[in-house]
Unconditional design. Sequence first.
Length: 426
Amino acid sequence: MKVLVVGHGGREHAMAWKLAKSPRIQQVYVAPGNGGTAQDPDLINVPITDLSLLRQWVIDNHIGLTVVGPEGPLAAGIVDDFRSHGLRIFGPSQAAAQLESSKAFSKAFMHRHGIPTAAFETFTDPVQAHAYVDSRGAPIVVKADGLAAGKGVVVAMSLAQAHAAVDFMLQGDALDVAHNSGGARVVIEEFLQGEEASFMVMCDGKSALALATSQDHKRLLDGDQGPNTGGMGAYSPAPVVTAEVHARAMREVILPTLRGMEKEGIVYTGFLYAGLMVSPDGQIKTLEFNCRMGDPETQPILMRMKSDFFEVLLAATSEGLEHIEMNWHRRVALGVVMAAADYPMNPRKGDAIVGLPRDQEDAMVFHAGTTQRDSQMLTSGGRVLCVTAMADSVRQAQQKAYQTASTISFDGMQMRKDIGHRALKN
Ligand code: AMP
Ligand code: GLY
């Protein structure tokens, strides 16, 4: 079978890399892909981003399965469109993708179905939003409603910061948020304390199969300082997700979400990602839902996957996942993001990347914001690379990832030096 991965990030490079290992796959295509997928002899880039042109290309080229990486095409309805043309595609429908594409929808949904999450209110009127901030006090969290590539959240430690966030989210357009109907909207919510984990499952419309756990590093700078980003590094498994927390996440978050969706007439298929806050006593609250795999979490997760990813996706889009069991390497995988100058606000493009090492089975440089020009690799986006390594412990995986990254450089490169720090403290 021929398979298409939609997207151009590090997550999609990792998905395509993993799929290409399946003996049952004839060819893996990536649309549009990046510099890394372009140079991989096992992968072919398809330079199409328009969804109806892509659908026609899929029909013309007899692609047997499409898997969607990012939220944009899902929120735009790629799954509904492909299915209506009889094509096999793994992902949620546009209606289901609202769990990610609208924070106001997802918070109201959680409230309706008793899914644990921070107390919140939603506003379009800045006067009311400011008044709410004053009535609740700081710290407090302000979130833009629409998709913002992980940058639409301000964890305000002071009232001044919270007021400023309300103003720039409701009045400015600095973040490039994809507004939902009705225009700019914010969710203002209670500040939660604890340790975060990324909890992902695959859904076939009936059952949910958990992937390996992971932990992201959302802040730009070491010690979890600086602005929120799409994620600066991740590792798998996440020790904070004990067996008990795992069972709780399935029982209190994932299954009620699938049942709640069903009650509202929406069948959930595709990846579902719950960002969890785990308190010291093991209680969990849902920070957010994503309707896709995480980036950069996917890179370490797929490195640890022993099962044939293609077989699992095939089952998820045919007979179902109920009888599928996934196997994982017991080792730890850890990925370090190398980001462009001025990421996340205004990433610079066009810097030459030098010193890329040769790929190894357990030390891979997954590309994200790169493009190949002649024989040069250039930066073309905020998160440029994710250097991912697997070893017997968090410390060894960390050493190996940083060692692999050490030869790589480009002007203005930003990289955290402490990915995995929480697991090392435990
Ligand atoms: P989100 O996109 O909603 O996951 O938010 C991005 C990041 O902001 C999360 O990964 C957390 O680090 C932080 N965050 C979001 N909501 C809260 C909250 N209620 N309390 C504390 N931190 C939060
Ligand atoms: N790394 C967080 C996300 O993919 O949303």
